[in-house]
Design a binder for this molecule. Structure first.
Ligand code: UDP
Ligand code: MG
Length: 138
């Protein structure tokens, strides 16, 4: 298997409740290298662009409001099979349906405030990593 790069976000509910350390600790203990990391606050236009694939969905407006409600942490993560492994660690979108031991099951508030984001495929990762980081940052 080859080393894959993927995007990780700690969403506003995670920072609001001080869960950054837990998420980062779990990533490092699971063998991920965090090759870039920064805290920022998205503008409305940036949130809409990042989640453009969901623009027709009823949850799009509330999602963009939530994602701009406070700071987030963006990370470039690297590991063998990193894309799928990070999604597995995160758990299902709905924390009630997420497997025990996953970040969302253990930490998320609800379906929207679900604490973390991860690229859902290598193709998504190839779009999402450069959305947050330029080639001097990792
Ligand atoms: N979301 C929501 N309601 C829904 C589905 C999604 O509020 O019914 C939010 C949630 O924060 C989710 C994000 O929109 O993480 C992106 O949705 P997606 O289906 O891509 O889930 P993910 O890939 O994050 O598991
Ligand atoms: Mg998604």
């Amino acid at each position: 298997m080859t080393i894959e790069k993927t995007l990780g976000l700690i969403k506003p509910d995670g920072l609001e409740r001080g869960k950054q350390g837990v998420v980062i600790d779990r990533l490092l203990k699971s063998g991920f290298k965090i090759t870039a990391m920064k805290q920022l606050r998205l503008t409305r236009a940036q949130a809409e662009a990042f989640y453009a694939e969901h623009s027709a969905r009823p949850f799009f407006g509330p999602l963009c409001s939530y994602m701009t409600s406070g700071p987030i942490i963006a990370m470039t993560l690297e590991k063998e099979n990193g894309v799928a492994d990070w999604r597995k660690m995160m758990g299902a979108t709905n924390p009630e349906k997420a497997d025990p031991g996953t970040i969302r099951r253990d930490l998320a508030v609800d379906m929207e405030k679900n604490t973390v984001h991860g690229s859902d495929s290598p193709q998504s990762a190839a779009r999402e990593v450069p959305f947050f980081f330029n080639n001097l940052e990792f």
